[in-house]
Each structure stands twice: as C-alpha cells, then as structure tokens.
Design a protein around this ligand. Structure first.
Ligand SMILES: [Zn+2]
Length: 846
C-alpha cells in the first residue's frame, strides 16, 4: 500500500479494495480481518479507537473497535466512566448523567465455524465510518458502537484455513462435496475445544477472561452475539424463546420485541425469511445473551442459516443457493438495524439501564437477602472468591456471630455460627441479579424446554456449605486473613500437606514433575496435635535423600505455586494412625498419562481433560489419536483416559481384549460419561441398570403393582391421558434431564473419594445409572432415592435415577478401571469435581 498525503478519508478502502476480492467470494483468514480493522482505524482516527484486549492460546490478537461520532470521540473515556456511574460501579461513586449515548456491543464469530459474522464485521466497521453513509453518521451522534470482530480467532482459523485448502477455483454448492464436511474436531470451539458461548460467567478460558474485563468496564445497553445455524434454517433474531429467567425485566423483554420488529422490517423489504421466540432460551447464565442480560443489557443471539455445512455457497433443501455473501449481508442488516433502533431510543435505553441497577442495589428480588459461605479448609473457597471477583460481585468476610438461615445442604432453616473466615455476599448490590441467578437453589423455569443445563447453584458446584439469610449481613473488610503457600516447622522427618482441593493436587504434581517421592496416608492420623484425613500427602526425607537440601527449596516452591500450607514434622512417629514407615502409607508413582482423542471422541470432553492437565494442573499428558491406538505401545503408560465418546474399537474383539490385558497387567483406565456406557456394553463388568419406562426394575415385585394399575386403567377409558399432537415436544421431556444436580453418597474411605465428606453434588446430564458392583470392585459414589437437588428432570426419569452406582472402581488383575459416569470436569466450572478427577488419576490403583 502506498501512503500519500491526501485527506484521511481518501485513503479509506472498502473491504473489497483492501482485500482484493468481494466480501463473501472467499473466506478471510483472521490475520486479514485484523489487518482490515487496523487499516480502517488508522484512517479514521477521529472516530475509531482500536484496542488489542488480549491474545488467544495460539497467539492471535483479540480486538475491540470503539466507534462513535467525531463529536463524541474525544469524550470516549468520560462516556465509559459515566456509564459505570449509572450502574453504580464507578470507583468515584458519583452519580451518572442519563443524558448520555447508548452503548451497542456487537460480538462476532464466537463459534469459529459460524464464519459469516466476522466477514460481516468488516462491512460493518467500514459502513459505520464510510463518509458516503449518511445514516450511520446520524446513528453515531448518540451511540457508541463496540465491535469485537472475532471472539474466537483460533476456532475461526481452524475452519477457514481448512476450508481454503479444500475449496476449488470457486465454491462448490453441492452439499455432498468435501468442503461441506468439516473434519474433527471442527472450528466451533477454541484451542482447548471449549465452547466459548458457555463460558461467559465461569471464564475458564483466556479469551473469555480477557474479554469480560473489558465488558465489565463498559457494560453496554445492547449486546448482540452473532451465530449461525443449520443450512436449511432461515434467520433467527430477538425476541428470545421461553424459558426466560424471572429476573429478566419487562423492559428487557419489550425492547427485544422492538429490535425484532425493526429487523423484521428490513427482512420483509427483501423477502428474507426469519423466525423469533423459539429455541434460543434465556436461562443458563453463561451465554452471550443471558450474561449481558444479567448485567443490565438487552442481550440477544442472532442466528443465520449456514454454519460449517454452508461452505462458501450451498444448495439447501428448498433448492435455493445460500451464499456466504447472503449470510454476511443478513448479519450486516440486523447489525445496522439494531444500531438504528438503539439510536432512536438512546435516552430510554440509558434510563432503563440505570433503573435496572438502581433496583438491583435497593430492592433485589432474590429468595435470600444474603448468603453466608463457610470458609472451610480446602481451596474451593479461594476459587469461589476468584469467580466472584471476575464477575465484579461484591463479597466480604462476616462478623463473627450467631445467625440463622437456610442450609443449602439440608434444605432446612438452622441456627449457625459465622466464623472468622466465612464469606458473605449480600444481594443488594449492582450485580444483585447475577448473584441471585448464581446462588438460587431452584431455578424457576417458565417453560420446561431448554437448550442447556438448568442448575448451577454455587454451593453445590463448589461443594461449600452455605446459608441463605432473610436479612442483610453487616460485612467487614476484605483483607485476606489466611496466608497460604508457607512451610512451617523444621521438618527433620518430612513434610505434610492436607489433601483437600485442586491446590493439593497442584502441589503434588509440582513435586512429581521434580521427581520428588511423595506418599499418601491411607488412613486418618494425628501428629503434633493436628488431625489429618485420608489422602494426606507425606514427603519424607528418607527416600528423597538424593535431593539433599534441595528438598526444602522444592517444597517451598511447590507450596508457593499451589498456595498450600505445608507442615514440617520432626518425627515419623504419629500419635494416632500409621507411622510414616508403615505399608499403609503408600507411594504415589508419577503416572504417564495418555488421553484418547480424534474421530468418535467427544471433542468437548477431550478438551476439558487436555485443558485441565495443561492449564490447571501443569502435568504432562499425551494425546493419542484413537485410530493409532492399535499401533501404540500402551506399556509406555500407566493411565489411559477415555473421555465422553463413541468407542467403536471396543466392538472389535481383538482390540477389546488387548486393552483388557493391558489393564490386567497393571494399567489404569479412567472412563468418563458415555465411555462408561461403552465399556459396560463391551461387558467389562459395570452393568447399565435396565429399567422400564416408569422406573420400575423389571424383575422386582413392583411389577405386580404396575399390572394392577394397568388393569384399572383399562376399565375406564381415560381420554385426558391421550397425547395431543401440539404437545409432542413437551411430552418427550418426561424422559429428559438437561443437566440437574443430584446428591451422591460417597465412600470416602476409598482413594477415589479422598478429601471429600461422605457426599458429593453431581451434575447429571444423561439417563445412565449402573447396577451396584458386587465383586472385584467398589461403589464409591452411589445414588439413593430422592437425591435430586436442583434443576429440571423429566417425571419418568425422576423415578428411574435411584439405587445405583455413578462412580465405581473395578479391579481387573493388577489394574483398575475408574468409572465416572458423570463428568467431574464439566466446562471446567464444576469446581468440586476436580479433586475427584485427580483422585482417579493419581490416587486410585496406586
Ligand atoms: Zn453458534
């Protein structure tokens, strides 16, 4: 590009001029989307601020463009601060001025293979500042537009780079050709195969972590999350579908309709089809529409037909050819329409935004006014504080004293004593609605069909004892009381660390990585006046002599790194329990771990394990393609992890037998979710519980009662029991759980449950439950009856999910199989499951 001295707008190039092809005629790799944004920003410095807010796992830049009129532009920072004041979240605590521009935030391409939206982002940034466009000039007078051209660059490029290598001279619209069939794992997710549109509240992924920092600094009044759906679908825009969460205000509902009608006007002008009010509900708090809603915005999902099967052009079942240009132009149209209608209603939008936050601070609608969370041992409480901080939720420590409230674990109102390290979250705060959503015991669904899990109540997710109170609790300051990461005592004999959370596991793997020999106590013991539970880590000087004085240095570094407290002990003699030299104090051999990956394996399930090992534990893991398994020498591994998936090789007798032999010889399998069902089908020993529809086990006496009921029903025809056609979707729900919370009884004397009390709250996402293991194994996590705690479960399933095993351990020869039929690493947000998973990998079968 040749730079000349002409006026700045003379250099501004359209996307086509800059890229050398018409938008939509081919895909633009992420670096060129970035280049184009930089080009426009550098040519329009009086209207655009471009900011790199982060970097992805694969080192691609994450960008935000802030665009407004030349008059507003110098005041950008004061507009932002004023907006935070309106939300009661400015540091200076000053009141805000309602006479302010509305802020519209458009997020593109969160799902990497829903690619038309980043293409349309380039059209959008150009048209917002195109000197020839008089309409956008008008809109920007009272509006600030924030564009995120690509939330998920790694996923987008995975798709785009693949597509560009398989496309011929021009796009082939026939759907059976290879360019319409994306290879595993697909570009939807980020580098670690996480769905970034499920991660807004939890912020497990770095893209989200970096973006939410900016989001919370701006808090737009409008947020649109751009997506694509199947090639035979038309366009979907607001208003959203039921269930709406009850905290969603009338104004938020109303304005969704206003926006929808404005979009519809343009779609009707062009004869484009669309639908609204279906499928995309507003409930689960971690979406790109709900999270903004719980932060006071009109949050919306817009979906264009297309997605990965759309290629750059595709013939759909109506025999229409849907092109990439059509797709991006539809997205561009809803974007402009949304900015237009927001500009027309800017004052009202800002006023209602302020009202939303005023009400949250003064009159929260939650069941409880305050939540007290017991500051028990373990690091789940620390991790909870991090979650609250990331979401700008205010918390503090309680005053020591006597209170009463509803105990989340018992469901009963109880008196309790608040102690020094207990935390309090009051509901009357700017983010009170988000507090309500995250802490609610039972989520009220206005309709039972939802797209996602229905339960995420924080005390269960973190396994922390908590109380809901009917009055506010005076909070005290927030200075950390406990110093962690220290090593105390002389340690003539060795060191002790409690096994009670992810931090304990991080401490362990730090040492294993440094070749330190670590033991664990199989039984409770006490020494130097302190009681230690099963699973406690013991590092003796003996067996680590080769490290000499370095041992203490390594232990100190591990303690700092993991944030755990280490006690030095002067003697291997214990007051109660087994001495350190006992055979009941066992060595943890550092396992070499393999993870199955590739076609058939759930990319999400595989990604959760991969991310956990690399980003949370920092322990090496080998990813093995499932097709290579017959050629891999499994003797190089002690642990093989089978994530959720479909394992066809198990139906091959020889391969199935080879795997069993490896286990018999001492190998350990950790099977998760559907992998458990697959091993069960291949007759490894764990048996899926067969039940008939009503949840009665076929062979039991209950059957007789069934028959009796049947006869009774036969006598009088019950017309009310006949299904109505229009209710067919709802009828299917009786056998459905979209994800709800169950209480499991744990045998915490087994290493798989070390560090836990005798119960665990699990997120149940399927219908599977297993028969009790009768021999050569252990039923470590069992489901009794009436164990459902929160979330939606179909009525028929409710009867069925009881009296069986969900977490089991089977011993085969010298090896073991750990069956985790529920996923303890789900989206990396089910914090209390992480230690269980570490137990499966590092403790069980040692
Ligand atoms: Zn999507």
């Amino acid at each position: 590009m040749i730079l000349t001295g002409a006026a700045s707008f003379a250099q501004l190039q359209s996307p086509e001029q800059f890229l050398g092809y018409r938008l939509g005629s081919r895909y633009t790799p992420h670096f060129n989307v970035v280049n184009y944004f930089r080009h426009v920003a550098s040519n329009m410095p009086s209207q655009i601020k471009l900011e790199q807010y982060g970097t992805t796992n694969e080192r691609r830049p994450l960008l935000l463009a802030y665009i407004t009129s030349p008059e507003n532009f110098p005041k950008l920072e004061s507009i932002r601060v004023n907006n935070l004041r309106l939300a009661g979240q400015a540091e200076d605590k000053q009141p805000g001025d309602e006479n302010a521009p509305a802020i519209v935030w458009l997020s593109y391409n969160v799902h990497g293979n829903e690619t038309s939206s980043s293409e349309s982002a380039m059209m959008m940034i150009y048209e917002l500042v195109n000197p020839a466009n008089s309409k956008t000039k008008e809109y920007l007078k009272n509006t600030v537009v924030i564009l995120d051209p690509c939330i998920n660059p790694d996923g987008r490029d995975r798709y785009v780079n693949w597509f560009n290598t398989v496309m011929g001279k021009t796009a082939n619209p026939k759907v059976n050709t290879r360019e319409h069939s994306e290879p595993w794992p697909g570009g939807r997710t980020n580098h670690y195969n996480f769905d970034l549109n499920r991660d807004w509240a939890w912020q497990a992924q770095i893209e989200t972590q970096q973006r939410i920092v900016k989001y919370n600094q701006w808090l737009p009044q409008i947020h649109v999350d751009y997506h694509e759906q199947g090639i035979n679908e038309p366009y979907y825009f607001a208003p959203g579908a039921e269930p709406f969460h009850e905290v969603i205000t009338n104004w938020q509902r109303e304005f969704q309709v206003t926006i929808g009608k404005n979009n519809a006007k343009y779609f009707d002008q062009n004869g484009w089809l669309f639908f609204t009010k279906e499928r995309f509900d507003l409930f689960y708090p971690s979406y790109g529409d709900t999270y903004p809603i719980y932060k006071g915005a009109i949050g919306m999902t817009f979906e264009q037909g297309g997605g990965p099967r759309g290629g750059a052009a595709v013939i759909n079942e109506d025999d229409d050819t849907l092109t990439l240009y059509d797709r991006l132009y539809h997205h561009f149209t809803t974007g402009i329409s949304t900015i237009e209608i927001s500009s027309l209603n800017a004052l009202k939008l800002v006023q209602e935004f302020k009202k939303y936050y005023d009400k949250a601070r003064t009159a929260p609608s939650s069941e409880f006014k305050a939540y007290v969370i017991k500051g028990e041992a373990g690091d789940n409480i620390t991790r909870l504080k991090t979650l609250l901080d990331k979401n700008k939720i205010e918390w503090s420590y309680t005053n020591v004293g006597n209170y009463s409230g509803v105990n989340y674990f018992s469901g009963k109102s109880e008196a309790f004593k608040a102690e020094d390290n207990d935390m309090v979250v009051n509901a009357n705060q700017p983010n009170g609605n988000l507090v309500k959503v995250l802490f609610e015991r039972t989520s009220k669904l206005s309709d039972s069909i939802t797209y996602d899990i229905t339960a995420w109540s924080i005390p269960y997710v973190y396994g922390l004892k908590a109380y809901g109170l009917n009055s506010y609790v005076t909070a005290i300051n927030k200075t950390e009381k406990q110093k962690t990461g220290t090593v105390s005592g002389m340690a003539e004999a060795g060191y002790i660390v409690k096994w009670n959370g992810l931090s304990s596991a991080r401490f362990l793997v730090f040492l294993l990585n440094k070749k330190v020999r670590v033991r664990y106590a199989e039984q409770d013991f006490s020494t130097m006046g302190t009681e230690y539970k099963k699973g406690t880590l013991i590092i003796t000087k003996t067996s680590n002599q080769s490290l000499g004085n370095n041992l203490r240095t390594i232990i100190e570094a591990a303690a700092r790194n993991a944030g755990v407290d280490v006690a030095g002990v002067s003697s291997s003699f214990v007051d109660k329990g087994f001495d350190f030299g006992s055979g009941r104090v066992r060595t943890i051999k550092a396992p070499r771990v393999a993870l199955l990956s590739g076609e058939g394996v759930s990319s999400l399930g595989m990604g959760e394990v991969w991310h956990f090992f690399e980003q949370q534990l920092d322990y090496p893991i080998d990813l093995i393609n499932i097709n290579d398994l017959p050629r891999v020498n499994l003797k190089d591994y002690e642990v093989l992890i089978m994530p959720d998936g479909n394992y066809r090789f198990l139906s091959d007798k020889i391969q199935n037998e080879q795997l069993k032999q490896w286990v018999s010889a001492g190998g350990r399998i950790v099977a998760i979710e559907n992998a458990v069902a697959q091993l069960s089908k291949a007759e490894w020993g764990m048996k899926l519980k067969e039940t008939d529809e009503d949840g009665k086990e076929g062979k039991k006496d209950d059957k007789k009662d069934d028959k009796k009921d049947d006869r009774k029903d036969n006598r009088k025809e019950d017309y009310t029991a006949l299904r109505r056609y229009e209710n067919r979707e709802r009828d299917e729900m009786v056998n459905y759980t979209p994800g709800s919370i169950y209480k499991i009884d744990l045998d915490n004397s087994h290493p798989l449950a070390f560090g836990y009390p005798d119960f665990y709250y699990t997120l149940k996402q399927d219908n599977n439950i297993y028969e009790f293991i009768k021999e050569n194994g252990w039923n470590v996590g069992v489901l009794r009856k009436d164990a459902q705690v929160a979330g939606f479960v179909g009525t028929k399933l409710k009867n069925r999910l009881k009296d069986g095993t969900l977490f089991g351990v089977q011993e085969i020869g010298r090896g073991t199989v750990v069956y985790l039929s529920d996923n303890p690493l789900f989206r990396s947000f089910w914090e209390n499951g992480k230690l269980l998973f570490c137990n499966a990998v590092f403790m069980t079968g040692q």
